[in-house]
Design a protein around this ligand. Structure first.
Ligand code: NAI
Length: 362
């Protein structure tokens, strides 16, 4: 039996191509992994009647570690994101998104080393929504008016933003524990508590309480989300570990990906108490599907995170060094990297050839 059994969800769009590249790179390190393939997405709807079959969730639970490619969320078909559903089902409350510079990507910044810790289960992503014109929406509007909470226009759609003490405490605590375990110096809690007093205000209160327990060990500061965005662009070196509620975390992690050369470079992990699902920040990039063009770096760096989680530090280091070497050389790189480096995609290689170049460094 293999040392590790990992659930592999290839996803759709560019997912199958970049996960194939990732798997080839991981296997080439010699690490002993058995991949258990589990399909999710629109293409399994006809067979299972759902884009996220129960056996896929079960496989993640059983193996405790999964890695996935992106899964498309079709617009207007009525099904919610498979990615969000999986995080919810497995209570993967942490979305960890490290953004670190690798020379050779043509990124605008050179020394970025920021870890985004995004809350993954509540906030506006809780999926509690009231459609414009629906009777329950009218009832909610009436309730708010009667209770003196405020007047909502009758032709409104409403999305709720629940933020709990439980949810806030565990994510902020994770950020501090991550900082301690990884030799990080500072945690920044991001919010909009000046406007959203009962949701973000609660989050900030909880963050301050948790931070007090780590005083003297990890520095703490809080920042308003808009100022954070400006600060990340102007003075990214001021940030270390950044912990945010779900929506701000989603937006700010793409901003952080921009600092290191784009979405093709940004790895990620969804972590819960019992189980972890690793996935890059980016989506399924439909326009590049099947073209062997997409940049698999984010997926490969996601595997690096996974290997560290599995305690396979040597294999993780081997891959990271390989990625760095290939990017530094700048020859066998995908179109996006070629374009940022030279202004043209001429000479770019495909997804699998880039993976081959990494493997050749082993
Ligand atoms: P996207 O991340 O797929 O694409 C944004 C831009 O980045 C596009 O120009 C795309 O071509 C480019 N890009 C993304 N990944 C790339 C890569 N590896 N190499 C080169 N270029 C890359 O975001 P978009 O277009 O908003 O979403 C497409 C679909 O993906 C949607 O259905 C969305 O719901 C889904 N999605 C899934 C995620 C997941 O599975 N975790 C995360 C984000 C979006």
């Amino acid at each position: 039996m293999a040392k590790h059994v990992v659930t592999l969800i290839p996803g759709d769009g560019i997912g199958p191509e970049i996960t194939t590249a990732m798997r080839r790179v991981v296997d080439a390190t010699g690490v002993d992994i058995e991949w258990e393939i589990a399909d999710a997405g629109e293409h399994v709807m006809a067979e299972y009647g759902t884009p996220l079959p129960e056996h896929v969730i079960e496989a993640c639970r059983r193996n405790k570690v999964a890695i996935k490619g992106p899964v498309t969320t079709p617009v207007g078909t009525g099904f919610r994101s498979v990615n969000v559903a999986l995080r919810k089902e497995l209570d993967l409350y942490v979305n960890l998104r490290p953004a670190f510079s690798i020379p050779g990507t043509g990124a605008r910044y050179e020394d970025i080393d920021i870890v985004i810790v995004r809350e993954n289960t509540e906030d506006l992503y809780a999926g509690i929504e009231f459609e414009e014109g629906a009777p329950e929406t009218a009832e909610l509007i009436k309730f708010c008016a009667e209770k003196g909470a405020g007047i909502i226009r009758p032709d409104s759609g409403i999305s709720l933003k629940p933020i709990s003490i439980t949810g806030s405490e565990r994510i902020v605590r994770y950020a501090f524990e991550y900082a301690l375990a990884n030799g990080r110096k500072k945690v920044t809690a991001v919010h909009k508590a000046n406007i959203l007093k009962y949701s973000d205000g609660l989050y900030l209160d909880v963050a301050r309480k948790v931070a007090a327990e780590y005083e003297g060990r990890v520095e703490f500061e809080d920042r308003i989300v808009d100022m954070t965005c400006m600060g990340l662009v102007l003075y990214p070196e001021q940030f270390d570990v950044v912990v945010l509620p779900n929506l701000y975390g989603d937006i700010v992690s793409d901003l952080a990906a921009g600092l290191i050369g784009g979405l093709g470079m940004a790895p990620g992990a969804n972590i819960g108490t019992d189980c972890a699902v690793f996935e890059p920040v980016h989506g399924s990039a439909p326009k590049y599907t099947g073209k062997d063009m997409a940049n698999p770096t984010a997926e490969i760096l996601t595997a690096v995170l996974m290997l560290k989680h599995l305690g396979e530090f040597e294999a993780a280091e081997k891959i990271l060094s390989g990625v760095k070497a290939v990017l530094a050389e700048g020859v066998n790189v995908t179109y996006d990297i070629k374009r940022t480096n030279t202004g043209s995609t001429d000479g770019a290689v495909g997804t699998q050839a880039y993976a081959d170049a990494i493997i050749a460094t082993f």
